[in-house]
Write a protein that binds this ligand. Structure first.
Ligand code: ADP
Ligand code: ZN
Length: 529
């Protein structure tokens, strides 16, 4: 490669060694750095932990002037800058948490050419005062970190990012590097168009994290299941447990603590000092478990997180990938473990339906959820499905639950027809929708109060489902929802048919379900005796 002999490339290698203390570049770092040092624009897609920071830090040190880093991670700027200063890099930041004196000192240092890197919060950067300031100094490059924040459809939209298109217009000669760990084709296209990066070279790394073992199990007693995982497979390990709500974060942290596992809560309802203290302890101490909402983790660089557990279904595959990606940055074997159940599907569908956004937003959120559910219910390699979502291919990996213990499937066409016709009859004959619990009671032929109250024992579908037990019917309903063969509607979470349901009822479509591992075990032992 000709670039290896250029002085700039030599400088980059020297900076890598002398400043950062690393012997060699990782993945495509070298290519990216050479390209930016030479003045080119770049769009860098690299998984979390892949080493994105060096891709702008080294060019900023090699090129003349100050590298301006736009980052939404205000809470982490101080830490990032401190870490750079420890390495002898002249770094500073400008954000809203700062005293005026401190801000002036940083501004003066920038104007005097005494900064290699200046981190700026996006809402600062859009102000005329900041743009004026930048215009009076020398800029080596713009790095736009977490560039997916510019995507209005993404999971982490920041309106301030939209204003970043001004950078290109005001400083056409200054190279820009946009970096993200979110790699879908749609997000990529949106970053390019919104930031005016049509001319930028795109560097797409593999998103595979081979040391992470993906596992998704059925939710039964989530906290017990979690405790069991920690005790049997991760005793004394550091890890992150994600929950959807603040209250479930608190309860889970307390539950783990009661059971002798050192766990701390983290969510936006805690005051800033508690949050900072818990985060600091997690980073510093060994073997702590952080129980958190998704407010926790962005930009956290702890190499030895051995597991990431989800007690609730993430809203999107992107979110799932980013959150699980915090495990095993050191490359050692790690676990991404999740439990999910019917309630998750119902709850998330409800959240979408009652959300503030318009119809387009809801449809988008629904599509995100569908993709996440498809990952949960797949009978194929999880890693394969995950990478496929990001437009990349891989062979069955041998390191996920479906590869290690291939799930059995069963022909669920008849079971599906029973559920769907119960829903259909309730709606048509009684003009009313009902939730999953009641529909299952009808199939099982239970004489509940609600059933006698509505006279549902006289329905032809009453009691036709004795071949499965309640938890198996719940699995059927969950998978019907996941496959889009059933929908949840309204405040009371009533079940409704979809267009595709008709094909099943008309016997034009077969339905296959994952066999619940317990049922599979029972079937096996029954076959043996
Ligand atoms: P990202 O921003 O992509 O999530 P980081 O830039 O934070 O990743 O890097 C992740 C970790 O990998 C950091 O601890 C970093 O110091 C380390 N790292 C990055 N590049 C190299 C390299 N070439 N050699 C060794 N370690 C590296
Ligand atoms: Zn696999």
């Amino acid at each position: 490669q000709p670039s290896e002999s250029t002085p700039a490339a030599d400088d980059a290698a020297r900076v890598l060694r002398r400043v950062f203390g690393y012997g060699s570049f990782r993945g495509r770092q070298r290519e990216i750095i050479d390209h930016v040092v030479a003045g080119g624009d770049a769009l860098v897609l690299m998984p979390t932990g892949g080493g994105k920071s060096l891709c702008y830090q080294i060019p900023a040190l090699v090129r003349e002037g100050t590298g301006i880093v736009v980052s939404p991670l205000i809470a982490l700027m101080q830490d990032q800058v401190d870490a750079l200063r420890d390495l002898g890099v002249r770094a500073g930041f400008l954000n809203s948490t700062q005293e005026q004196d401190e801000r002036h000192r940083v501004e003066d240092a920038f104007l005097a050419g005494e900064l290699d890197l200046l981190y700026v919060a996006p809402e600062r950067l859009r102000t005329p005062a900041t743009l004026e300031l930048l215009a009076r100094g020398t800029i080596s490059l713009f790095a736009i970190d977490e560039a997916h924040c510019v995507s209005a459809w993404g999971h982490d939209f920041r309106p301030d990012y939209l204003a970043l298109s001004v950078l290109h217009r005001r400083w056409p000669g200054v190279p820009r590097v946009a970096l993200t760990a979110t790699a879908t084709e749609a997000t990529r296209a949106e970053i390019v168009s919104r930031l005016g990066l049509e001319q930028a070279r795109q560097f797409v790394s593999s998103f595979d994290r081979p040391n992470i073992r993906y596992r998704i199990a059925q939710k039964k007693e989530p906290r017990r299941q979690l405790l069991n995982l920690l005790r049997t497979e991760h005793p004394g390990d550091a890890g992150i447990v994600y929950c959807l709500s603040r209250s479930s974060v608190e309860k889970t942290a307390a539950f783990l603590a009661e059971n002798g596992i050192e766990a701390l809560p983290y969510h936006a309802g805690l005051d800033a000092r508690t949050r900072a203290a818990h985060q600091a302890r997690f980073l510093r101490e060994d073997g702590l478990v952080m129980v958190a909402t998704i407010a926790f983790g962005m930009g956290i660089d702890k190499p030895d997180v051995r597991f990431v557990a989800h007690l609730d279904l993430p809203k999107s595959v992107e979110g799932y990938y980013q959150e699980t990606g915090r495990a095993g940055r050191d490359g050692l074997p790690s676990t991404a473990w999740m439990v999910y159940g019917l309630q998750d599907v119902v709850q998330q569908r409800r959240l979408i339906e009652t959300s503030e956004g318009g119809e387009v937003h809801r449809r988008r959120a629904s599509a995100h959820l569908d993709a996440m559910l498809a990952l949960c219910e797949t009978v194929e390699c999880r890693r394969g499905r995950l990478l496929d979502y990001f437009g990349q291919e891989c062979d069955p990996c041998g390191n996920c639950d479906t590869c290690l213990t291939p799930p059995q499937t069963w022909d669920g066409t008849v079971a599906a027809q029973k559920v769907l016709s119960a829903v259909f009859r309730l709606r048509r004959e009684r003009g009313q929708g009902f939730g999953a619990g009641h529909v299952i009671d009808i199939l099982l032929g239970r004489q509940t109060e609600k059933i006698s109250q509505h006279g549902h024992a006289s329905l032809t579908v009453f009691g036709i489902g004795a071949e499965l037990n309640e938890s198996e019917w719940r699995a059927v309903v969950r998978q019907l929802l996941a496959q889009g063969l059933l929908a949840v509607e309204g405040e009371h979470k009533t079940l409704a048919l979809t267009e595709a349901s008709g094909e099943v009822l008309a016997r034009r479509r077969q339905v296959a379900f994952r066999r619940d591992p317990e049922r599979a075990a029972r079937a096996e032992s029954a076959a043996r005796t």
